[in-house]
Design a protein around this ligand. Structure first.
Ligand code: ADP
Ligand code: MG
Length: 324
C-alpha cells in the first residue's frame, strides 16, 4: 500500500462531515470556517511508543486515547471540539493495526462530532501526534489563571482508577480479574469531559484537566493564579473499587499518578448553587478551597496534615506539622 492509498483508505473516508469544513483531507491545506465572535482553541499532544504507551497496546485503545487526551484539553478550556489533525509515523503500513487504530479514533470522533481535516504520514518509529481545534467565546474560556481566594475547588468523576489499573498491568499492584476489568476502561478509554467543560462556562473561574495527577495539575492552577489551597483527603472522590481494594495506595494514585482526564476547577461561592443545579452526569465533588497563602495543604480524615509519599512534581509545598 502506498502512502496515498493508505491516506485515502484509512483517513479520507471517515464518519464525521461538518458544515464548517469547506475543504477537508486531500488538498494542501484544509479550509475551515470558525464561527464569528469565538476564539479558536488549539491544542496538540504527542504520543511516542515506549514513552507514552506500551508498544503492544491495543490499537483500538490507542486510537481512542490519542484523540481523547486532546479533547480533554479542549474540555479544560470550556471549548466545543470541531476539528482535528493526525500526524502519524509508522514503522510499516500494517493494515490490520491501522483498521483497529482508526476504529478507536473514529468511534470517539463520531461521539463528539469532530472531523479529521488533515495531517501527515511518514515511515518512522511509531509516534502519534494529534492536534485538536475547538471554539470558545474568549470571555468565558476557562483559564488556569482565574482562581481566586475563597473559590471552592471541585473535581469531576473519580480519581486514581487509571493509575491503579496501570500498576496492576505493570505487576506492581494486584487486583482481581473483575476489578481490573472494571478499572482498565478508565486507563484505556478515558472519557473527555467535554460537555462538562462547556457547561462550566460562566460558572468556573479556573480549570485544568488532570493528566499528571491532581497535585501536579492543581499546582498549575495555584501557580498561574498566584494563590494557595487546602484540600481534604476524605473528600477526594474514589470509585468503589478504588476505595475498597487498593487501600492507601488509592489515595496516592488519586493524588499523584495521573491519567485521570477528569477536570479540576474552581467556583466562587456565589456560583456553587448554579453548579449543583447542572447535575452533571459524571458527578462533581468539592474537595477544598482556594486560599490566599501560597502552597498546597492536604488535610487527612483526622484533621492532620497529610504527606503523600509520591508527588511527582515541583509545585507541592510540604505541609507544616500542626498546620491543619
Ligand atoms: P503534502 O505533501 O502537501 O504534505 P500529503 O500528501 O502529505 O500532502 O497529504 C495529502 C492530504 O492527506 C492532505 O490533505 C493531508 O492533510 C492529508 N493527510 C495526510 N496524512 C494524513 C493523516 N495521517 N491523517 C489525516 N489526513 C492526512
Ligand atoms: Mg505530507
Amino acid at each position: 500500500m502506498t502512502e496515498f492509498e493508505l491516506i485515502r483508505h484509512f483517513f479520507a473516508r471517515q464518519p464525521v462531515s461538518r458544515a464548517d469544513v469547506a475543504t477537508g483531507i486531500g488538498d494542501d491545506c484544509a479550509l475551515l470556517r470558525p464561527p464569528v465572535g469565538q476564539s479558536l482553541a488549539v491544542t496538540s499532544d504527542l504520543l511516542v511508543s515506549g514513552v507514552h504507551f506500551l508498544p503492544d497496546v491495543d490499537p483500538v485503545s490507542l486510537g481512542h486515547k490519542s484523540l481523547a487526551v486532546n479533547l480533554s484539553d479542549l474540555a479544560a478550556m470550556g471549548a466545543e471540539p470541531a476539528w482535528f489533525l493526525l500526524n502519524l509515523a509508522l514503522p510499516e503500513a500494517d493494515t490490520a493495526w491501522l483498521e483497529r487504530f482508526c476504529r478507536g479514533m473514529f468511534d470517539l470522533a463520531r461521539q463528539y462530532d469532530v472531523q479529521l481535516v488533515g495531517g501527515d504520514t511518514s515511515r518512522g518509529s511509531l509516534t502519534i501526534g494529534v492536534e485538536a481545534h475547538g471554539f470558545v467565546p474568549e470571555t468565558v474560556a476557562l483559564r488556569r489563571s482565574g482562581a481566586r481566594a475563597g473559590d471552592r475547588i471541585y473535581v469531576t468523576g473519580t480519581l486514581g482508577d487509571a493509575a491503579v489499573a496501570l500498576q496492576h498491568r505493570l505487576g506492581k499492584q494486584r487486583l482481581s480479574e473483575a476489578d481490573f476489568a472494571a478499572l482498565v476502561e478508565r486507563l484505556d478509554r478515558p472519557v473527555p469531559r467535554v460537555r462538562e467543560g462547556m457547561a462550566l462556562r460562566g460558572i468556573a473561574t479556573g480549570a485544568i484537566d488532570i493528566s499528571d495527577g491532581l497535585l501536579a495539575d492543581l499546582g498549575h492552577i495555584l501557580e498561574m493564579s498566584r494563590v494557595g489551597a487546602r484540600i481534604f483527603l476524605d473528600k477526594i472522590p474514589l470509585s468503589p473499587i478504588g476505595r475498597v481494594h487498593a487501600g492507601r495506595f488509592s489515595w496516592e494514585a488519586a493524588l499523584a499518578m495521573g491519567d485521570d482526564y477528569e477536570l479540576c476547577f474552581t467556583v466562587p461561592p456565589e456560583n456553587t448553587g448554579t453548579l449543583e443545579k447542572l447535575r452533571l452526569a459524571c458527578g462533581v465533588r468539592c474537595i477544598g478551597e482556594i486560599e490566599a497563602e501560597p502552597g498546597l495543604r492536604i488535610v487527612d480524615e483526622s484533621g492532620k496534615p497529610y504527606r503523600p509519599t509520591f508527588t511527582g512534581h515541583d509545585h507541592f509545598v510540604k505541609t507544616k506539622q500542626g498546620d491543619t
